[in-house]
Write a protein that binds this ligand. Sequence first.
Ligand SMILES: [Ca+2]
Ligand SMILES: [Ca+2]
Ligand SMILES: [Ca+2]
Ligand SMILES: [Ca+2]
Ligand SMILES: [Zn+2]
Ligand SMILES: [Zn+2]
Length: 394
Amino acid sequence: MRRLRRAHQRQAQKRNKLRQRAIAAGTAAVITLGAGAGLSKSAGVSTPDGHQMPVSQDADGDLLGAAEEIAIGYLPFNSDQNRNTVSDGVELAQHCAAVIDKLYLYNPDTKMPIPYGPYKIRRALFGSELCDICGQKVNMGGIEIFNPRVELQYPDPNDPLDAVLLPDLALHYMEHGSFDCFGDVHQGRVDVPRLLRILETRYPYDPNDHRLPVDGADLDGDLLRDTEELASGYNLYDADQDDDLTADGIELAGQCARAIDSLPVFDPNGPEIDALHKVSFMQRGIEHCDICGATVNMGYWQVTNLRLGLSTDVPVLALHYMGHGSLSYAGDVHGTGRVDIPLLVKILEMPRRCGDLGTIYLPSDTNKDCRVDSADLLELVERWLEDAEINRDR
Ligand SMILES: [Ca+2]
Ligand SMILES: [Ca+2]
Ligand SMILES: [Ca+2]
Ligand SMILES: [Ca+2]
Ligand SMILES: [Zn+2]
Ligand SMILES: [Zn+2]
């Protein structure tokens, strides 16, 4: 096992060197393009935690193998799809560890009712094992996970890591951002697609209770109803049509909230009226959020687009929920309700900013900033050089 780890480290060093070479070559090749484009963003990527060892067949170095990325609907050639500077595999592992930690613990010795959603059973064993990296001592047992709703259990009886449980060692490594684990009893890799399915989680973000369940058909489960997606031209078969690892309904809610925030407030004494504006209908009273108890004005904004002759009322409460990624809301004045999202999207003329849901990128816009310029060529050259070197070394 130690030998395997050293091989991993060699591989990582080789990859880093290779990357530096490719970047140096890339700089030389495109230096004449100038125009202030930089290569710095991809240089100097380091692995801060020794538990995060390289994974085989991982072209983008995000600690998810290509086959895993395909299986869970991630992109095998993009290491940071949600652009938060954390490798997607690292944050997914940490997220799964946190979800498992909070999972309902079922004790089969009691007469507790069996839950319908995911739950875990503890299988502690007499004995412990040591982590190869930090030496921490963990129980050599672990947990079993069941989920009647999706008719799955973890692990699969043929799982090469452990046929009967998810080892505590694996959970220790997941907390450190790795689906691989190396100890003196267990060595191997967590079955990532099975784990995500049984946990009914797909993206690495924390759950937020403001994201109320959507009533009505939502085929892809992205918190946008099929009817809303059809009316607004979004993809009703894809929960993450822009591949940013955020369910599309959640990001659309946030983007619309930002758009409303930035609208000019209509001023009857002002010099001119903006075609797209909001009118304040604040009231003398407050409303409480059912979820977090925050207080907001019980009034609303009237959002108007004079060009289209359309307007809609958006309660301040709804804006609070939209800021938390939800188009549905619940408070003690407005009760439960939902933003008329097709109308709002039309009024706000979404997508308003590059990167908003529904943005269409030109094929040459390699870095997806909605501008085709030398930075795209630079990115293309860098990628090409890297791929060519990897291909040659294979
Ligand atoms: Ca990968
Ligand atoms: Ca990321
Ligand atoms: Ca949907
Ligand atoms: Ca998305
Ligand atoms: Zn450790
Ligand atoms: Zn709230």
